[in-house]
Design a protein around this ligand. Sequence first.
Ligand code: G3H
Ligand code: 13P
Ligand code: ZN
Length: 359
Amino acid sequence: MALITLRQLLDDAADRNYGVPAFNINNMEQGLAIMKAARSCDAPVILQASRGARSYAGDIMLRHMVEALAEMNPDIPVCLHQDHGNNEATCLSAIRHGFTSVMMDGSLEADMKTPASYDYNVAITARVADAAHAVGASVEGELGVLGSLETGEAAAEDGSGAEGTLSHDQLLTDPDQAVDFVMKTRCDALAIACGTSHGAYKFSRKPDGEILAMSTIEAIHEKLPSTHLVMHGSSSVPQYLQDLINASGGDMPQTWGVPVEEIERGIAMGVRKVNIDTDCRMAMTGQFRKVAMDKPKEFDPRKFLIPAMKELEDLCRDRFERFGTAGNASRIKVIPMDEMAARYASGVLDPRISAAVAA
Ligand code: G3H
Ligand code: 13P
Ligand code: ZN
C-alpha cells in the first residue's frame, strides 16, 4: 500500500476535527507496537524519523520497515515524515528514501543550535516546499523556537535545541508573522512555539497559561484558520511512567509534561499533528527496567521487548482515542504522490489561494 502524505492526512483531520499523534520511530519494535495500537482502533498513523533515527537504523532499513508495516496493515494509512530536517539535503534525501513528508526546521540554523533569522527561515522553507511539492511530498515548517518559558532554555538532551537563553519573543510564535510565513513558504503544516520543549523536563510544575501558552495557539488559529498547526514537545510525561521507572531503579526527578487535556484543547484550536517521542521512550524503558529488576536472571531480549511493546501500544492507543484519530483509518483512500504533485501544480493546495477564497 502506498504511504499517505502528511497534507492529505491533515486535510482529513481538519475536515473532521481530529488530531494525529506523530510518534518517533527508530526500530521494528516501536513500529509493531504503534501499528498494533492503530489497528485496534482504526487510526491513521504518522511515523516520524529524526536525523538521529536515520543514522541509527539507516535509510534503507527505515524505508523497508515502514513499507512492511504498511503492507501488514493494509487498512491503515501510514505517513513517513522527516522530523526536524536541518537543511535541504536532509529533507531531499528523506524524500528520495521514500518519506512522504518532511519538516524543514528553519527556526534554527543547520547546526540545530543557533536561532536563525526570519529571512533565513522563510527562504530555506520555501525552497524545500518548492522541491517537495514538485514530487507531491508535504512540508512542515517551524516558526518560533522551542524552549521553556520558565527558564528560557531549550532541552539539552535532544538532537536539536537552541543554545543560550531565549527571550519570550523567540519562544512564542508571533501570529502576524505566522500569516506572512505561511503565505511566503506555502508550507502544508506549521509547527509553532508555545512554551513546550523536547524531552522529559518541560515544566517544574503542572503547567498553567503562564508557562504553556495555549492562548498563542488560539491567536494563530484565528488568523490562519485553514493552516494545520503542529505541537512539538507534546509528551505528557505521565506520572505512572515516572513511577514505573523510579520503582525499577531509575532516578528521574519529578517533572511535568503537557497534560493530554491541553492537547485536546489545542486540537479544538487547529492543532492537527502532535509530536510524541519522550512518552514512547519512557514506556519502553520503564518495562525494560521492570523486567531487569523483577527477573535478574533473564537475558532473552524478547522477554524485555514484549512487555515494552505492550506498554507502548497501550500509550499509543490512548492518544489515538483521546485525539479523535481512532475510527478514521479505513475510510481514507490514499492519494498517490504524483496526483498530489499535480494538485500542487494546479494551485489548489496553495495557502494564498485558500486565503483569497476565504476573504
Ligand atoms: O526531536 C526530538 C525527538 O525526540 C527525536 O530525538 O534526535 O534523539 O532521535 P532524537
Ligand atoms: P517530546 O520530547 O515531548 O516527546 O517531543 C517530541 C518531538 O517534538 C519530536 O519532534
Ligand atoms: Zn520536535
